[in-house]
Design a protein around this ligand. Structure first.
Ligand code: CA
Length: 519
């Protein structure tokens, strides 16, 4: 049976590949060429754990269409991106293009010092596709400008609103005669019933009522007590309330929230291996019919309704609205951020800045954007009524579409403009219904898009922040695990944050924030 399916897929793929040759001539007119003669640019492309590969099919196609070849000179791709960046700045000199993850802070630090070209004029003169997006979303682009107001990198502009949602085993609720919980108190009652009522029906008290693939997601529960964990899609980040920078881990609602998370943890409502189980926990909890409630990405979480339909009878994992907090607020704290700190910049020593910005602009053109999002026409997608639609070979493949795209060099963190329809096409009906549910109300909170420090602010942040965050996370874990008590330690915790320099960091953040976003 499996072999038949595999053979069938191969045939479909073969047909799809042969289609490529039919569609190629449409692209062969050279209108995307950025240079009359072939041009090679040295590029550092730090993608973290993912290795940049200049032979990705997407890269080769871009090379064919633009005439530009990127010569991969990535420094130390396997370790910390910031370290590689600093080594490059202080060591061997800069390649023509610097790109990848962890880019924003470094490029905005060294750009004003002259290491990178300011891009506004280059974009206005030579990059009409990027320029159009800057005109359409000035506030989003302004959020990644450096402290001198200049733009030093072409960012990765994301698409789509929703990220993670609360999911609950609908079939377990029905087995126990319960409704989806509407408030934090009802959630507590439901999780308790999951623990005690044997909803998986095996006669054992083996259910794990709440589980989290990333332990940081358990902290989101503090929003049910009006606390905060982050203002962006980066964990433990600052957030903004009425123009004021705050940190959730110093707030009152956080104290009450952590106290309750500790209580739920002690009562066996939260995975006892929360901090140690690792990122396979979602797979483990769902495949073994053990987990009842979680907070995770819409599309991939809802996909278990398809993959487990045959192995677990009646399996139904459905999105539910954030339960109302103690003050009645329903908050979806996580959402997709509109812009990412990734992208690419042009170094001061690049002898071809005009061609380089034209090359970067290619990725924002209609053809380049499709290439960056969907791969190669005819092979990975076809055009239907002007829209890119993944081929059956891609949609029917056992590997998730996002992994397939990453394998070929699509959807990687170059400076490009994402197209959410890439994801919508493999988002199942359960996820789409959940997204519609979240879209029915005003549950998203404003995003903190970050600040760019001047040198003085940067120095304050560098001096204090790592120690403060380390202390915050140490205490947090100890409270959740019940090793110490948050209420008993709260005053000494606040005093320690103060002596570690939290006010200084908040003031530095505030002055940077006011400069970047103030009227
Ligand atoms: Ca059981």
């Amino acid at each position: 049976m499996t072999r038949e399916i595999k053979t069938m897929k191969r045939t479909t793929l073969a047909i799809a590949i042969s289609t490529t040759f039919l569609t190629v001539p449409a692209f062969a007119d050279g209108h995307l060429m950025v240079s009359d003669t072939p041009l090679t640019l040295d590029a550092h492309m730090h993608f973290g754990r993912r290795e940049y590969d200049p032979n990705w099919p997407v890269e080769l196609e871009a090379q064919r269409l633009t005439g530009v070849t990127l010569n991969n000179v990535t420094v130390d791709n396997t370790t910390n991106g910031r370290k590689a960046f600093e080594w490059m700045i202080t060591g061997t000199g800069l390649p023509d293009i610097v790109g990848g993850v962890h880019l924003k802070d470094n490029i905005n630090r060294f750009g004003p010092e002259g290491a990178f070209l300011s891009l506004d004029e280059l974009i206005a003169a030579h990059a009409p596709n990027i320029y159009a997006q800057m005109q359409a979303n000035p506030e989003v682009f302004n959020s990644v400008r450096a402290y001198d107001g200049e733009l030093y990198f072409v960012p990765y502009l994301t698409d789509g609103k929703y990220g993670r949602a609360y999911f609950i085993r609908q079939d377990w609720l029905e087995t126990l005669g319960l409704e989806a919980p509407d408030t934090v108190d009802e959630l507590y009652a439901v999780l308790t019933a999951f623990r005690d009522g044997d909803p998986n029906g095996n006669g054992l008290q083996d259910e794990v009522p709440a589980f989290f693939r990333h332990w940081q997601e358990a902290l989101r529960l503090v929003t049910f007590w009006d606390g905060r964990t982050s203002g962006s899609d980066t964990y433990h980040d600052f957030h903004v309330v009425d123009g004021e920078i705050r940190h959730g881990y110093a707030g009152e609602g956080y104290r009450e929230g952590i106290a309750h998370i500790a209580k739920w943890y002690a009562e066996g409502l939260i995975d006892p291996e929360l901090f140690s189980r690792g990122t396979s926990s979602r797979e483990f909890m769902l495949e073994n019919n053990l987990g009842g409630f979680t907070h995770d990405w819409f599309a991939s979480t809802a996909s278990y309704n398809d993959s487990l339909a045959e192995s677990i009878e009646g399996f139904s994992l459905q999105a539910m609205l954030p339960p109302a907090s103690i003050s009645g607020v329903r908050m979806a704290e996580h959402r997709r951020t509109p812009i990412r700190p990734e992208g690419w910049g042009i170094s001061y020593s690049n002898p071809n800045p005009v061609e380089t910005i034209k090359y970067m602009d290619f990725w924002w053109s209609e053809e380049g954007r499709r290439l960056a999002n969907f791969g190669i026409e005819g092979q990975h997608y076809t055009l239907v009524d002007g829209k890119a639609v993944f081929t059956d070979a891609v949609l029917g493949n056992e590997r998730p579409v996002n992994s397939q795209m990453s394998d070929i060099g699509a959807q990687v963190q170059r400076g490009f403009w994402q197209d959410y329809s890439y994801e919508e096409q493999w988002t199942n009906e359960h996820a789409l219904r959940g997204i519609a549910l979240y879209d029915s109300g005003d549950y998203l909170v404003d995003q903190f898009l970050g600040v760019s420090f001047n040198q003085e602010e940067q120095a304050i942040y560098d001096r204090h922040w790592v120690a403060i965050q380390t202390y915050m996370l140490d205490k947090q874990r100890s409270w959740v695990l019940g090793e110490t008590d948050v209420n008993a330690e709260w005053d000494s915790y606040q005093a320690a944050l103060e002596s570690l320099g939290l006010s200084k960091v908040l003031n530095a953040m505030q002055s940077a924030y006011d400069r970047q976003y103030g009227e």
